[in-house]
Design a protein around this ligand. Structure first.
Ligand code: SAH
Length: 348
């Protein structure tokens, strides 16, 4: 059987140069092709006019050039934009542009669907179909950056990996996409403006630390009590809080960077005093910040946002213990672009 052709844009510059050396050509040829793909935006090998015909044929035989396409763009009353992004094989993922007074944030997807099973998340209802390639992640960012310039007259300032999928289950491709986003040949964005959000895969958090990444880490905690967390995020059974704590200690030891804990508060789930106490204790492990997010219902009626007095109690307890806490309101609800709502209706 003929081997499937590879997505050439999934290779970084070094890998492309190595490919040419491996076939007895010069590393420089890799640089030339890389420029065609990334600076000149070539959509075909034929367009690469300074590359010999036989080399172009060889590329044609081994690779494809994939690009994403923004299939549908929706704008919310509050300025939030949601893109339904069509991939070369027909799958769709979503990405979001969130403009605020001081920032313009892109929220990007890392997988088609998700393999985790968070009970409150719309994406979790979709099966994980595949990982996104680095170029498919990068292209989402470029598309949003262009929209931001067009509609808001300003470039993107921040990126969060909080769209569809679990970024740490697509580790290599996510890191490669960030390498491109931060490189001067890509968008030249500072890693300090990029946040990878994880449901909490301890082994991969440790790997991030060992790889000395420079971007920020957010952890979707939602409960600091194992049995509660397992009931809403069943994979917690395999990665219990004790392991998560270990990985966070390792992260802080290596990177000296504090972690943001994302936290949703639901009625009758994590609205008790003991839930608050457990979170306060968890926050003492390493320097951190808590981000209380508003819950966006996903229409199954099981989860309901706790009332604002409970949020106040959480906030007071954290602040009394010297822990920074922010309470975030949702954006783009009218176009299903808010946190946890990304599930593109067409693929359901
Ligand atoms: N898998 C990663 C990134 C995607 S989810 C993670 O879990 O962090 C991005 C954020 O949206 C997470 O904090 C997640 O807990 C939150 N989220 C999921 N469903 C939500 C919902 N219905 N309302 C509000 N936030 C939600």
């Amino acid at each position: 059987m003929k081997e499937k052709k590879k997505d050439i844009r999934a290779l970084n510059k070094k890998e492309l140069q190595d490919f040419f050396v491996s076939i007895g050509d010069k590393s420089f040829r890799g640089t030339q092709v890389y420029e065609w793909l990334w600076s000149k935006g070539a959509h075909s090998f034929e367009a690469m006019t300074n590359i010999s015909k036989s080399t172009r044929q060889l590329l044609e035989d081994n690779f494809v050039i994939n690009h994403i396409e923004v299939d549908e763009m929706q704008r919310s009353k509050d300025g939030t934009i949601k893109n339904a992004v069509k991939l070369h094989d027909g799958f769709t993922v979503e990405s979001v542009l969130i403009p605020t007074y001081s920032r313009t944030t892109a929220c990007v997807s890392s997988q088609v669907g998700c393999s985790l099973d968070c009970k409150f998340c719309a994406t979790a209802k979709l099966k994980r179909m595949r990982n996104l390639n680095p170029d498919e992640i990068y292209d989402q960012v470029v598309a949003i950056d262009q929209e931001s310039r067009l509609y808001n007259n300003r470039p993107l300032s921040n990126i969060v990996f909080m769209g569809m999928g679990e970024p740490l289950m697509n580790y290599n491709n996510v890191l490669k996409s960030i390498e491109k986003i931060t490189s001067p040949e890509g968008l030249g964005m500072s890693p300090k403006r990029i946040t990878v959000s994880t449901s909490g895969v301890p082994k991969m958090i440790k790997k991030l630390a060992d790889d000395e990444v420079k971007f920020n880490l957010a952890l979707s905690l939602h409960s600091a009590i194992d049995e509660v967390r397992t009931s809403i995020m069943p994979f917690n059974k395999n990665f219990p809080l004790e392991d998560l704590k270990d990985s966070l200690v390792h992260w802080y030891f290596k990177t000296k960077k504090r972690v943001t804990y994302e936290y949703l508060i639901w009625k009758d789930i994590n609205d008790r005093q003991k839930d608050i106490d457990a979170l306060v204790e968890f926050c003492k492990i390493i320097p951190c910040k808590v981000n209380i997010i508003e819950y966006n219902p996903i229409d199954d009626g099981i989860f309901q946002q706790a009332n604002s007095q409970i949020t106040d109690r959480y906030q007071d307890a954290l602040e009394k213990n010297g822990i920074t806490v922010t309470v975030r309101r949702s954006r783009g609800k009218d176009i299903d672009a808010a946190c946890g709502q990304l599930a593109n209706k067409s693929s359901k």
